[in-house]
Design a protein around this ligand. Structure first.
Ligand code: AMP
Ligand code: MG
Length: 422
């Protein structure tokens, strides 16, 4: 059952907000996700990366006709002698798009190409490599079975069957599949609107000069990239200084204009109290210290009707928490079904990793395939959570479970591939 409010659920929760396990936090968030319901009909190309809002039902049989899987001759299997060769008479041809008109009778066969319609009367195709042809006299060896090399109409997909279910993310294969059914438009869920801003007095936007102790805001760029790849409509609200009035105004605007609000910074101890009391006026929010590294502080809640994710300020933490919590929450809100966390795969560790038990670590790794065919992974250099270069060099996360300590070379570890992630 869905709990009434986030605050109520967090009170009932028997987990310590000061040490929240990764999967518990993820499960908590998923209890409150209400996918978008508005849909629109779009030309199929526009549907790329969107989520289907209705089943795509096949209006036709696929394949449409009984056709040949091989280049060869179509024949009646019963005409063949049980032993030795049988010579049949070729009475015509069936090429893809140019069927043989009429049926074949006893002792007859038809030259056929892959995809060609199998003529009426024929029930098997013999591949051309097995046949001796002498003009129209075609010698076929024994041992051919009825049905061989014949693709039945509707074998891949019957008329009226669900070709793609509602909730499916449209990839290139889905575009082709829909087109193969002769369908030009599909219903998709409207894109999710995601507003985001960075918080911090030290932050400057690209294009302005840095003063003493200031740094450029990079989180809005990684967020822009991750959200755009996911197919969200982004609303970049810039940098907001650590000033209660400015922050409150930004939260109000974001909450009123988007389905989801994402901020970075301002959730660590010290800053959190101030943001916390403000958000309690605008909505509801829970602050966790996740038992993970990087990405320890995380806030989740609502601002008005919008979902809110308060990510840590550190640039690597933003990316790690986005992939571990925000990505699958957004996919769910987009209407995707099923949604799973980023999958993990085993690989062999090539270098020692240092780790303290008690929290899940997402180290940045480089996964390579050795000469022996084994996938091995090594951490990128320095793992500091402010070092974006470590993310840029990495092609995977090395996921080290809560109970694990230092890990020695040769051990099997789990990795999450970053390539291909939406
Ligand atoms: P905070 O969570 O606000 O305490 O920030 C943690 C660290 O991340 C600090 O060193 C910040 O300067 C840095 N940081 C916060 N926001 C950003 C940002 N948008 N871009 C780059 N660094 C940031
Ligand atoms: Mg800050």
């Amino acid at each position: 059952m869905k709990p009434a409010t986030i605050t109520e659920a967090s009170c009932a929760d028997d987990y310590d907000p000061n040490s929240m396990p990764v999967d518990k936090a993820r499960a908590f968030i998923h209890r409150f996700l209400d996918p978008v319901t508005a849909t629109l009909r779009v030309p199929i190309r526009t549907a790329l990366g969107r989520v289907l809002a209705e089943d795509v039902v096949s209006p036709v049989n696929v394949p449409a006709h009984r056709n040949s899987a091989m280049d060869g001759w179509a024949l009646r299997a019963a005409d063949l002698a049980p032993q030795g060769e049988t010579t049949l008479e070729e009475v015509g041809a069936s090429f893809a798009g140019r069927p043989f008109a009429g049926a074949i009778g006893p002792g007859q066969c038809v030259r056929i190409m892959t995809g060609g319609v199998v003529p009426e009367g024929a029930d098997a195709v013999v591949m051309q490599e097995r046949v001796r042809a002498d003009g129209r006299r075609i010698a076929i060896p024994a041992g051919q079975r009825a049905g061989q090399n014949v693709r039945e109409a509707g074998e891949d997909l019957g008329k009226g069957a669900v070709a793609l279910a509602r909730g499916r993310i449209v990839r290139p294969a889905e575009l082709g599949l829909v087109a193969s059914l002769g369908i030009g438009e599909v219903a998709v869920f409207r894109p999710l609107r995601v507003a985001f801003f960075s918080t911090g007095d030290e932050l400057k936007s690209v294009g302005s000069l840095l003063g003493e102790g200031e740094i450029y805001d990079s989180n809005r760029y990684t967020l822009h990239g991750m959200l755009t790849r996911l197919g969200c409509e982004v609303l970049d609200m810039g940098v907001v200084r650590d000033d209660p009035a400015l922050l409150e105004a930004a939260f109000r605007t974001a909450g009123a204009s988007a389905d989801v609000v994402i901020t970075s910074g301002g959730v660590s101890v010290g800053e959190a109290d101030f943001v916390k009391s403000m958000l309690e006026r605008l909505g509801e929010v829970v602050f966790w210290k996740i038992a993970m590294k990087p990405g320890r502080p995380l806030a989740y809640g609502r601002i008005g009707a919008a979902h809110f994710f308060g990510l840590p300020g550190n640039p690597v933490s933003v990316m790690v928490t986005f992939y571990q919590f925000v990505r699958d929450a957004l996919l769910t809100l987009m209407g995707a079904d099923p949604v799973a966390p980023v999958p993990t795969f085993p690989a062999t560790l090539a270098a020692r990793v240092k780790k303290a038990p008690g929290r899940t670590e997402f180290q940045r790794g480089v996964l390579v395939r050795g000469g022996d065919g084994e996938w091995t992974v090594r951490p990128t250099g320095d793992q500091g959570s402010g070092i974006l270069k470590s993310m840029s060099e990495a092609n995977c996360f090395i996921v080290l479970g809560e109970s694990v300590g230092n890990v020695e070379p040769g051990a099997r570890v789990e990795v999450q591939l970053l390539e291909g992630l939406v």
